[in-house]
Design a protein around this ligand. Structure first.
Ligand SMILES: [Zn+2]
Length: 397
């Protein structure tokens, strides 16, 4: 006993000395080296590491609060995605205040928080460093131009691709092995600091983490690196593709005219966006709360529409005349059964909500042209498989 005790003490001292000697700078260098091996891609010296306490981060969030423009805020409230009476910007800032890490693309800077739990330090650095790799070697950060909102769903799909790759490297750190990964992804909410946050704000922030990680894992049968290389070459172009990795039907670009002239003097088109499957899912959950997943569950954060509602494409428009708003949503579906189901859902809950009117047009992809043109001329939809192709379609207008 007398011999053993000092040894045990020495071990304990050595262990705590090692734990205390961990510094973000050393961790950063170590993680960067290993990540380059795993990915087979190079980083460089431009990348900066900034180590700050949480209080400093709170100051920065307060100095640059989220500001949604009003037509978009009207859209989210009208569809019931943001509950009435809620300040979505404040809810979103609360989620931002609790970020685990951050990568600033503009000046290639990684922010590390001093309160990061010990077991998450290096995995968290791997996540943020992965974004620096993407910024150098992929097109995922080159967001397509926001041509009147036509690329909104494309950009959400890219966000899922980026986060999916970062999350899989974080969860498999430091081996890159995908063993047991499905369970780790399903347990992701436990890893995030989200307790007490508004579920819709958490979904806005972390949907790409869950949906993207599931998507990439489904494509990673030949190993993580090959799947990531393939993702860089051919990123998804819709959140439907992200949510249903087994589907490869292209999204439909729904091209509809500006209705302001027909609405009368004073009306202007104030916003236009593609909701995409993931936002339509939010809308459906608002229409039918009995079908909505449990708040802050992995499904509420990362899920989409059920298989019997096959999204084809959409466009949402917000018109404004002073204080008055009108929301118009055009939706097309891959099959008639989905279109009929969606129309039924809308019909059964029509009078449930006060606020701006929503005009919704929906039809299956095969007959939508006839169906929509009955209401309006000059409506067309075109399937596209890549961002370049959609750009060409829009340029041809
Ligand atoms: Zn990330």
């Amino acid at each position: 006993m007398s011999v053993r005790l000092p040894t045990a003490l020495l071990c304990a001292l050595a262990f705590s000395a090692r734990a205390d000697s961990w510094t973000p700078q050393e961790g950063f260098r170590k993680v960067a080296t290993r990540l380059q091996e795993l990915r087979g891609l190079k980083l460089d010296d431009r990348l900066q590491l900034e180590v700050i306490p949480r209080t400093e981060w709170h100051k920065r969030v307060a100095a640059q609060p989220t500001k949604t423009n009003e037509p978009y805020a009207v859209l989210w409230r009208t569809l019931g995605i943001v509950p009435a009476g809620q300040d979505a910007d404040e809810a979103y800032d609360e989620v931002r205040r609790r970020y685990r890490g951050y990568y600033h693309l503009s000046d290639d800077r990684l922010v590390y928080f001093t309160d990061t739990p010990a077991e998450l330090r290096e995995p968290q650095l791997a996540h943020a460093l992965m974004h620096a790799v993407q910024a150098r070697h992929s097109r995922l950060f080159n967001a397509p131009p926001a041509i009147d909102g036509y690329f909104d769903d494309v950009n959400w799909a890219r966000a899922a691709a980026k986060e999916g790759e970062a999350v899989l490297h974080e969860l498999s750190w430091p081996t890159g092995s995908l063993d047991g990964m499905r369970d780790k992804i399903e347990a992701l909410p436990e890893r995030l600091d989200i307790e007490g946050c508004e579920p819709y704000a958490v979904r806005w922030t972390y949907h790409p983490y869950v949906a993207g990680a599931r998507y990439l894992l489904a494509h990673a049968k030949g190993g993580l690196r090959d799947a990531c290389d393939a993702l860089y070459l051919n990123p998804p172009v819709s959140t439907e593709q992200v949510l249903h990795p087994e589907r490869n039907d292209p999204p439909l670009a729904v091209i509809v005219p500006d209705l302001s002239d027909r609405l009368g003097a004073g009306w202007k088109l104030a916003a236009r966006t593609v909701l995409g499957e993931w936002t339509i899912a939010d809308w459906v959950w608002a229409l039918r709360p009995d079908t909505a997943p449990k708040p802050l569950s992995v499904e509420q954060i990362g899920g989409g529409l059920p298989d019997d509602l096959r999204w084809g494409g959409d466009q949402a428009q917000v018109y404004q005349d002073g204080e008055r708003f009108l929301v118009v949503v055009w939706t097309v579906w891959d099959d008639e059964a989905s279109a009929v189901r969606f129309r039924k859902l809308l019909g059964s809950t029509k009078s449930a909500r006060a606020g701006p009117r929503v005009a919704v047009l929906c039809g299956p992809a095969q007959v939508h042209r006839g169906l929509l043109t009955e209401t309006l001329r000059d409506v067309r939809t075109t399937a596209f498989r890549s961002v370049e192709q959609l750009e060409e379609i829009l340029a041809g207008d």
